[in-house]
Design a protein. Structure first.
Ligand SMILES: Nc1ncnc2c1ncn2[C@@H]1O[C@H](COP(=O)(O)OP(=O)(O)OP(=O)(O)O)[C@@H](O)[C@H]1O
Length: 774
């Protein structure tokens, strides 16, 4: 490039504009004035001000578009000044650019160029005029007026328009789309775990939330790491007969770190998205859209694709989206590559163009780390307030509440001595306590799920917890297993407070939750082995126990079946197996037989009865027959409180309702039949009370006090069997069902606010048809 004399840059025309000087510095009197003025500025256009403040005041109220301000700060010896052109449109004197950009900005590169702001607005001319004047007048140097301009750097770069396109368009897109299938896959698996409930199950067996998230993080990062290594190699290594690699100058380790940080932020961003969804497919599709749009929407909405400069703070905020950090990172890489410097660890902190609005690679790295931390905290928060259908939902303000609780050191107070004993509780003298529940309260915002429950569950006994829907049974079990935190109260397992000893307790605790929480892609054997290993068994022991247990559960032929392909009853058995395996000494079984066929149920009972005497078993059920068959001890809850507790004998005695005479009539029952039967009964037992009629079954209750009359009554009914159209007669003393219903009625009459679904409840009860001859 030939040097060009100053005359060639003098194209400024300020005749319609103004020159404001911060001192009374008359430019007309400068010796080098012809350099600048050249008939382009009249005296009227020059204004001097004593101070910068006065100048600025004038400028703010009177300026026009072609005003030029010169602020002199130096003294007689030192020239220090600032030229300010009123900036409108694209004139940006503060942006130091590479040769490509200087093409339009600097004079002299292209003589026919009229777009050069520095040239035609007279910036260089004015600067030259001031400098020359200073040199001649103050420094007394002669003839310094020959000025040259040159491009910088010299010789100029060949402008490669492809560089911009590759770095700013293609590389971010290649990177974005390299991970496009991985992010939805992570999303799907994470939400699936929530959806199937296995996440909660893992928590119940002692896995901490952070362990589960870390597992998913590693699951996502390992394949991404391979992709990043491939990308770095492709970008940094010269392939085939190309002259140079796509990213020629940048430090390869820096590129690797940038992409790895991006991947980490992307995975955690996916975690954050996953917390809004509870269905895997919805999460996958929506997550993928959010993922793509988080790149394209800000980029095109803010015209970042056209290279538009945005304020630094806005760039930083945009970096909260990992895909935007990717865009900014590649833009910085592009700028440095254009300058043939490349981003290096030593210029990592410097803006690529020198503009204060440009963010640095250092900023991008910091923002990616901020993204990781921010989305991780957000995921933890959402995990607590929106855990899906299985977890325990916490209040939106739970972090504040936890903080207050911590500050107040508000730990649950041990109230062991103040055990509340109800009238209807049988003392288990001689039995060792396996689980002690002392004044347990659990409150969900306004709902009290468990209200001051005190209950001792004895070692090596089967205790059945009964109660209507919503009585608080599952909440109690969840509190025992440490799945939820009690609002107040103490729970001890084998004498150890669960607070602080949960890890130890979990080694001996087996839980079969109310819902089948299974891994969709593990086989039956893998489930059992996994849970045995969680309890500390070696691989060999786990395999042996698995085989043995499958035999006991009558499921050996399903050993290699995927859990997802099992029938409902089989799944239940597998859940039970997962609770039992690993030598669990305490079994918490929440409705273990629900969904099982009668045969499987009997098998389950046999199994549980075999373990009676060896394991402490707490079980809930809605089947009274099951409670009767299994329960050494029966606890009945209503509205979160314990209503009665004792052996079945104790409860039946306590809630004695007399004898239940059940008469089944052939065909349908007519009014005549009813009347005849009533007369036949009251003829011998006047005190007999009609209780209910279900289809062709009529039930009367005979009080205990008149049990002596039952023998004659039965004889009479047998004699009149044909006359009364009777098909079958049975008589039972108080059943557990009677006890349960009596307790329920007592609770309701005590003024309980909870509506109990009697009809629904009765559907569960089995009427035991036993003929008992008194
Ligand atoms: N996470 C929760 N948030 C708010 N309320 C809850 C929550 N979990 C349970 N509850 C409420 O606490 C009460 C007790 O629920 P729990 O599940 O312990 O009853 P349950 O006796 O096990 O019922 P079921 O026999 O139907 O399983 C119910 O009223 C229920 O609505």
């Amino acid at each position: 490039m030939e040097a060009s004399p100053t005359a060639k840059v003098m194209q400024a025309d300020l005749r319609s504009g103004e020159l404001l000087l911060s001192s009374d510095f008359n430019i007309k009197k400068m010796p080098g004035r012809e350099v600048f003025l050249n008939n382009r500025l009249s005296d009227a256009n020059v204004r001097g001000f004593d101070t910068e403040e006065l100048l600025m005041r004038y400028f703010e109220t009177n300026h026009n578009d072609t005003v030029v301000v010169v602020l002199f700060k130096g003294d007689d010896k030192n020239l220090d000044y600032t030229i300010r052109f009123f900036s409108r449109g694209n004139f940006q004197s503060n942006v130091a650019q590479t040769s490509k950009r200087y093409r339009g900005k600097l004079a002299g590169i292209n003589e026919a160029d009229t777009t050069s702001d520095y040239n035609w607005k007279g910036f260089l001319s004015l600067q030259a005029a001031i400098d020359v004047s200073f040199m001649e007048n103050v420094l007394k140097r002669n003839n310094p007026s020959v000025l040259f301009t040159k491009v910088m750097p010299y010789p100029p770069h060949i402008v490669d328009n492809g560089v911009d396109a590759i770095f700013k368009e293609m590389l971010p897109l290649i990177t974005l789309f390299s991970f496009i299938f991985l992010c939805p896959a992570v999303l799907k698996r994470v939400v699936e775990e929530k959806y199937s409930g296995t996440k909660e199950l893992m928590k119940m067996v002692g896995m901490k939330s952070w362990m589960l998230w870390l597992g998913w993080f590693i699951y996502g990062l390992i394949p991404m790491m391979f992709a990043v290594i491939v990308i770095v190699i492709l970008m940094k290594v010269r392939m085939f007969d190309t002259e140079y690699p796509p990213i020629e100058f940048m430090d390869g380790t820096l590129l690797f770190c940038f992409l790895i940080l991006y991947c980490m932020a992307a995975i955690v961003f996916c975690f954050a998205i996953s917390s809004f969804f509870s269905k895997p497919m919805v999460a996958m599709v929506t997550g993928m859209l959010v993922w793509i749009l988080s790149y394209f929407i800000p980029k095109y909405a803010l015209n970042l694709d056209t290279g538009k400069q945005i304020p630094w703070s806005m760039s930083i905020i945009l970096n909260l989206l990992p895909n935007m950090a990717l865009h900014f990172g590649y833009s910085i890489i592009a700028s440095y590559e254009e300058r043939e410097l490349g981003v290096q660890w030593n210029n990592f902190y410097k803006p690529s163009s020198g503009s204060k609005d440009d963010i640095t690679m250092n900023n991008v790295f910091i923002m990616l780390i901020v993204d990781i931390v921010f989305y991780m905290l957000f995921t933890c928060y959402m995990d607590n307030v929106n855990p899906g259908k299985y977890g325990v939902r916490k209040s939106f303000l739970f972090p504040l509440k936890s903080l207050f609780k911590f500050l107040r050191r508000d730990n649950n107070i041990e109230v062991g001595a103040a055990t509340v004993h109800l009238q209807n509780v049988e003392e288990g003298h001689g039995y060792k306590k396996g689980i002690e529940i002392i004044n347990l309260c659990k409150r969900y915002s306004t709902k009290v799920a468990v209200d001051n429950l005190t209950l001792d569950i004895y070692q090596n006994q089967i205790t059945v917890l009964l109660g209507h829907n919503g009585a608080g049974k599952s909440t109690t079990m969840s509190a025992i297993t440490g799945m939820i935190e009690a609002t107040s109260g103490v729970i001890k397992v084998n004498g150890m407070n669960i607070k602080g000893n949960m890890d130890e307790i979990r080694k001996t605790l087996g839980l079969c939750p109310q819902h089948n929480l299974l891994f969709t892609d593990l086989t039956v054997a893998e489930h059992l082995i996994f849970f045995a290993k969680l309890k500390g068994k070696s691989s060999e022991e786990a395999r042996r126990e698995m085989k043995d247990l499958l035999k006991k559960l009558n499921m050996s032929e399903k050993e290699d079946s995927m859990a997802a392909t099992l029938s409902g009853g089989m799944k239940r058995k597998l859940c039970l197996g997962m609770a039992i395996i690993g030598g669990s000494k305490i079994l918490i079984l929440d409705e273990p037989s629900s969904g099982m066929d009668p045969e499987s149920r009997r098998e389950l009972w046999d199994l549980l009865l075999k373990w009676r005497g060896e394991k402490t078993i707490l079980i809930t059920t809605h089947f009274m027959e099951e409670a009767d068959a299994l329960g050494d001890w029966i606890a009945i809850m209503a509205n979160g409180t314990l209503q009665c507790y004792g052996t079945p004998m104790y409860l039946k005695k306590k809630y004695d309702t007399g004898y239940h005479l059940s008469i089944m009539v052939k065909g349908s029952v007519t009014a005549e039949d009813e009347k005849n039967i009533r007369n036949a009964i009251t003829e011998y037992v006047e005190e007999a009370q009609f209780k209910t009629r279900n289809g062709n079954n009529i039930v009367y209750v005979i009080p205990n006090e008149v049990q002596g009359k039952i023998k004659n009554l039965m004889k009479n009914l047998e004699t009149k069997e044909h006359e009364l159209n009777i098909e079958n007669i049975s008589i039972m003393h108080t059943t557990l069902e009677d006890v349960f219903l009596k307790v329920k009625v007592d609770t309701e009459t005590e003024g309980s606010q909870d509506q109990v679904d009697i009809a629904g409840m009765q559907g569960y009860f089995c009427i035991v048809s036993v003929f008992q001859d008194s």
